[in-house]
Write a protein that binds this ligand. Sequence first.
Ligand code: NAD
Length: 248
Amino acid sequence: MEKVLIITGGSRGIGAATACLAAEQGYAVCISYLRNQSAANQIVQTIMQIGGKAIAVAADVASEQDVIDLFQTVDQQFGKVTALVNNAGILERQMRVEEMDADRLNRIFTTNITGSFLCAREAIKRMSTRRGGAGGAIVNVSSVAARLGAPGEYVDYAASKGAIDTLTIGLAREVADEGIRVNAVRPGFIYTDIHASGGEPDRVERVKAFVPMQRGGQAIEVARAILWLLSAEASYTTGALIDVAGGK
Ligand code: NAD
């Protein structure tokens, strides 16, 4: 049976690294992207150059219809999905709680938690052995912020990642006897473009001070943990929240 992966926000950063590693490991990969079609197409090209299979599909994970369409496109192109990585996520400028408004909170929660929920729902419909599926695995990309809270920086983002952790545990238990495993990785500081929206240019310099391993992580280091959780090597692991954070 073909291994079919959908990865949201797969055109750059942790998503792109995961898409490429998955292709190397034999997955047919669907990279879903929000706006940057040329970046997504570039990852598809990279995968095809190594003899892999990939497509890029535009989808805003916050839109229920986009998510439904995304999974239907993959049904047609590759067949039933066997692996999902809920990677798409946003954070906004660093600020204290008094400055935050409901619109910002809603934007963050709609992408980070509604998006993960909708994609997981569509994946489970297809994977569940109770519904004629062949099983599968889901990995949600959370953050160490879920347990640290990101005080004075992004308590809203941290709360959305806390919700992802709870969703991971709940879904893992709900579908454990349907051939589906659900886990999360919790990255610490990883060198990607997401920090441009955090509005703290010197953060990279500060990393050494607050990470025990005294460095930030690379996207590929997160990708390796994700691929392990998706693989049969992790066959008895479900509902786990795995930090990839240099000891933070
Ligand atoms: P990134 O900004 O490069 O990637 C995020 C991706 O999500 C982008 O491709 C973006 O277009 C996509 N995206 C955003 N909103 C979307 C939407 N509504 N629909 C579809 N796609 C959307 O940053 P990254 O660091 O690679 O982030 C990947 C994940 O890792 C995120 O969930 C992020 O919260 C998490 N994370 C990152 C770090 C870090 O330090 N980089 C730490 C902890 C967790």
